[in-house]
Write a protein that binds this ligand. Structure first.
Ligand code: FAD
Length: 407
């Protein structure tokens, strides 16, 4: 990795130290690892407990919007990611049947200029590996096969205590449920099929070099490239009420995927013909939680505000949380004051983005009020707008720089 001890010292951004000395984190996901790095860089000794027996990330892509890249830049992680990333030309919304464009917003080069950081696509395994390497280089310890089951006034059950305990343990967090008894995660009635295909298996130019949403009726598909264009990632979302599997992710049947999405644009049918493996994820949501902290325990990322993937902002919000929490712990006089400032700084934005993501399901699925006519009208209006106006809904999300906000 390009992260050498010397280069690190020379390039380091000086962040004020935290008033706490030790932190436990449940979950080595994208949020937990970013929090570990942000805290370790502020002088905190961090121990992560991860339930999984291996440090591994799901084999699919992730879109990192400029607001997320700004966090990774401030933590000096961005240069290690760039060799594995793909910078899309545009963000595009198309009709999934005809291929006609509703919206096309320039991203490559333009995002850095307009929002202060690039828009990147990256394989989750690459992002996860880079975060683990940075965390371990900073002395973070990661214990595997360690499922945290709840907490008391000293922190997580069954482990050595620390000054604070961060529950970055995802949408089904037992800690969030203990803290907010009547607000469990609930199935949304939507599932996402996800897979990655070797781009060389497809005829040239099958998939445009954009971040593309292909809209449908009760369904949509997202396509984009990874690893310098050598892989194509897809997420195919379908409304479905019959999810029976107790787990929330399971291997999918490729024949069924092709059947469910048959009759789509020929480019999509060509893409789906090339798929050999696919997973299905049940999509879960939570209402705005009443509590984000209790004693020494604080929630972060999907555990407190799962964000449906229709805005590509869930991981971005977890990373923003991580930066703000570490900042609040450096500014406040005690952890509880820091947790209060953290929640006050984060909740309005994460709640708003959760709502925007939910609303995008109607837009992309041409559903919602008046039998979906309102969604269709919005898409058709967007088609006629100049790019600057059509980009308005994204400006506040991408221009936001959490590393510059005073907490
Ligand atoms: C189909 C799909 C596409 C998406 N695309 C994007 C995108 O393009 N851009 C974007 O920003 N976001 C995207 N997201 C959202 C993003 O994946 C999540 O918001 C993000 O992963 C949340 O990070 P997290 O660290 O909070 O939780 P998670 O990633 O869920 O990590 C939680 C970790 O905690 C561990 N864990 C769970 N319970 C325990 C326990 N009790 N004890 C110890 N460890 C535990 C888990 O094993 C896991 O490692 C997408 C989501 C989906 C489903």
């Amino acid at each position: 990795m390009s992260f050498t001890g010397k280069g690190w010292l020379l390039g380091a951004v000086l962040l004020p130290n935290c008033m706490i000395k030790t932190a436990n984190i449940a979950g080595a996901g994208l949020g937990g690892l970013t929090a570990a790095i942000a805290l370790a860089r502020r002088g905190v000794r961090v121990q992560i407990y991860e339930q999984s027996p291996v440090l591994d990330a799901v084999g699919a892509g992730i879109q990192l919007s400029p607001n997320a890249v700004k966090v990774l830049r401030a933590l000096e992680i961005e240069p290690s990611l760039r060799p594995f990333a793909f910078e899309p030309e545009n963000a595009v919304i198309r009709n999934g049947g005809t291929g006609a464009k509703y919206v096309s917003l320039p991203l490559k080069g333009a995002a850095e200029q307009k929002y202060g950081a690039p828009y990147l696509h990256i394989h989750r395994a690459d992002l996860h590996r880079v975060l683990v390497e940075h965390a371990e280089d900073l002395g973070v310890s990661i214990a595997l096969n360690q499922r945290m089951t709840g907490y008391n006034e000293a922190g997580f059950h069954g482990v050595a205590t620390a000054d604070i305990s961060i529950a970055a343990d995802g949408v089904k967090s037992p800690h969030a449920t203990q803290m907010n008894e009547n607000q469990p995660a609930r199935f949304t009635g939507q599932v996402a099929w996800r897979g990655v295909i070797d781009a060389a298996q497809l005829p040239p130019n099958t998939i445009p070099p954009d971040a593309t949403v292909w809209t449908g009726s009760g369904q949509h598909i997202v396509t984009y490239y990874l690893r310098a264009g050598s892989l194509v990632n897809f997420v195919a979302v379908e409304e479905r009420t019959d999810w029976q599997d107790a787990s929330w992710t399971t291997a999918g049947d490729v024949t069924e995927l092709r059947r469910v999405f048959s009759g789509w644009h020929p480019r999509i049918e060509t893409l789906l013909r090339a798929v050999s493996d696919v997973n299905i994820w049940a999509l879960y949501d939570k209402p705005e939680l009443t509590r984000w902290s209790d004693g020494p325990v604080v929630l972060l990322g999907d555990s407190c505000h799962p964000t449906l993937p229709f805005l590509a902002q869930g991981a971005a919000m977890a990373m923003e949380d991580a930066f703000v929490l570490s900042d609040c712990l450096a500014q406040a006089s005690d952890p509880q004051a820091a947790f209060r400032s953290y929640e006050a700084a984060r909740k309005p934005r994460t709640t708003l983005l959760q709502q925007k993501a939910r609303a995008n399901a109607d837009l992309f699925h041409r559903g919602g009020p008046f039998g979906g006519q309102l969604s269709l009208a919005k898409l058709n209006v967007a088609r006629m707008l100049p790019a600057g106006l059509a980009a308005r809904p994204f400006d506040g999300i991408y221009a936001y720089d959490v590393t510059q906000i005073k907490t």
